[in-house]
Design a protein around this ligand. Structure first.
Ligand SMILES: [Zn+2]
Length: 391
C-alpha cells in the first residue's frame, strides 16, 4: 500500500518559493473556450478506433451468421465431406499460432511504470496518443464554447498557483517535469475535473464553488496530474482494444454456433454487459484508486494538508447523498466516494511522513477529518430528528 511513499523524497530540497503567486513556469493561461468533458477518465476511446471496431463487429456478426446459414443449406454429403477435411490437429495448430502471436504482442507492449512499478500493457505510442488527443482536445474546446472563463478571471491565478506548487515540488518525476500543462476553468456548475494526456487540465466551476481554493482542490489537481503522469489514457485505450478484440472474437462464435438470430443477439448483449461489469469497470476503478494514491503522494511532496484529500471524498459522498445521485460501485467507472476516503486514510500516515521528509511546515494538530466527520454526523442526526420517517 505504501509503495509510492517509499520512493525518494529528494524533492524536499526544492525551494518553497514556488508557493504563492509567482508567474507559472509551465502553465499557460487559456484564452479559448471548451466543452462537454465528463469526469476524469470517463472518456471513451477515440472515434477512429470506434469506427474500425464497429466495422470489425459487423463483420464478425455478418461473417458468423453467413457461415452458419451457408452450412445449414449444405447437403448431408457436402457436410460429410467438409468434416472429413476438418482435423483437430489443424485447429490446434491455428489456435496455437494465433494465441502465441497475441501473447508475444502482449509481452512486447508490456512495460513497467516508473512510479508504481506496476506492469501495464500499452499498445499506443506517445506520438499516436498525442495525435489522437489533439483531435479530442479540439472537439472538447469546440463543444465547451462559451463556458471557459477568460484568462483575466481571478480564479486562474489561484488555481494555477496551486497547480504550479504541485508541479514545481515534483520536478524529480521526468514525465511531470517535461509536460506542458495548461489550465481551463469553466463556469459550469458541475462538480468535476479532468485531465488530457497532453497536459490540459479542466476544472469545472462547480468544483471550485464546492471546495474553494484550498487543500481539497490541491488534492483534486494532484489526482488529475497523476492520471497524466501514469499514462492512464494510453493504458485505457490499450486495454479497451484488447477487450474489443476478445469481444469481437466471441461475437463471431456466438453468431456462428447459436442457431437463432434472436438468441445470438441476446447472448451478445449479455456477454458485453458481463465484460463491462467484470472487466472494464473494475479496471477503470483500479486506475482511479491508483491516481488517488499517487495524487496523494504528489500533494504530500507539495506540502499540502493531505488529510483534506480524504475530506474531499467525504464531501463528495455527502453531496451525492444530498442529491441522491449515488450509483452502486460495481456499475460505476469510479470507486465509491467513501471507499476512496477510506483508501486515503490507510495511506495517510505514510503521506504525512512524506510531508515531513520534504521539510514541509507542520500540519495543524486539529485533524480536519475529525472535524468534518463530526459535522457530517451532526448533520445526519439533525436530519433524522427533523424527518424521522426518512430512514
Ligand atoms: Zn480520476
Amino acid at each position: 500500500m505504501n509503495r509510492y511513499f517509499n520512493h525518494s523524497y529528494r524533492i524536499s530540497k526544492i525551494s518553497r518559493s514556488f508557493h504563492a503567486f509567482r508567474k507559472p513556469k509551465h502553465l499557460k493561461l487559456n484564452y479559448r473556450e471548451p466543452d462537454n468533458w465528463n469526469n476524469c477518465n470517463k472518456r471513451e476511446i477515440h472515434p477512429f478506433w470506434f469506427i474500425g471496431k464497429t466495422i470489425a463487429q459487423l463483420s464478425a456478426i455478418i461473417g458468423g451468421r453467413f457461415t452458419r446459414k451457408w452450412y445449414a443449406k449444405l447437403s448431408p454429403e457436402k457436410k460429410k465431406e467438409l468434416w472429413k477435411r476438418f482435423t483437430w490437429n489443424r485447429v490446434g495448430a491455428a489456435v496455437a499460432i494465433l494465441s502465441g502471436g497475441a501473447f508475444a504482442n502482449y509481452v512486447y507492449h508490456t512495460e513497467e511504470d516508473p512510479i508504481t512499478k506496476r506492469k501495464r500493457f500499452i499498445a499506443v505510442t506517445d506520438d499516436q496518443l498525442q495525435r489522437l488527443v489533439q483531435v479530442e482536445t479540439d472537439q472538447i474546446l469546440e463543444a465547451k464554447k462559451g463556458e471557459i472563463l477568460g484568462s483575466e478571471h481571478p480564479a486562474y491565478d489561484k488555481v494555477i498557483s496551486i497547480a504550479n506548487t504541485i508541479i514545481n515540488r515534483n520536478q524529480d518525476i521526468p514525465l511531470l517535469r517535461n509536460q506542458k500543462w495548461k489550465i481551463y476553468i469553466t463556469k459550469s456548475p458541475d462538480v468535476n475535473a479532468m485531465v488530457l494526456p497532453n497536459g490540459n487540465i479542466f476544472v469545472e466551476g462547480g468544483l471550485i464553488d464546492l471546495v474553494g481554493y484550498g487543500d481539497e482542490l490541491a488534492f483534486v489537481l494532484s489526482h488529475e496530474i497523476a492520471h497524466a503522469v501514469l499514462k492512464h489514457s494510453a493504458e485505457k485505450i490499450s486495454y479497451a482494444m484488447l477487450l474489443d478484440i476478445m469481444i469481437i472474437t466471441v461475437m463471431a462464435f456466438l453468431w456462428l454456433f447459436i442457431p437463432s438470430d434472436g438468441i445470438a443477439l441476446i447472448s451478445q448483449w449479455f456477454y458485453r454487459r458481463v465484460v463491462d461489469i467484470f472487466m472494464h469497470l473494475p479496471y477503470d476503478r483500479k486506475l482511479e484508486e491508483e491516481a488517488d494514491e499517487v495524487g496523494l503522494w504528489l500533494a504530500a511532496k507539495a506540502c499540502f494538508d493531505v488529510r483534506k484529500g480524504s475530506n474531499f471524498w467525504t464531501i463528495m459522498s455527502m453531496l451525492q447523498k444530498e442529491e441522491n445521485t449515488e450509483i452502486p460501485e460495481w456499475l460505476s467507472t469510479h470507486p465509491a466516494n467513501l471507499k476512496r476516503q477510506e483508501n486515503l486514510d490507510v495511506l495517510m500516515p505514510a503521506a504525512i511522513e512524506t510531508r515531513k521528509a520534504c521539510n514541509c511546515f507542520p500540519l495543524s494538530k486539529n485533524d480536519p477529518r475529525i472535524q468534518l466527520r463530526m459535522a457530517k454526523s451532526l448533520d445526519e442526526i439533525s436530519k433524522e430528528i427533523s424527518n424521522p420517517l426518512a430512514k
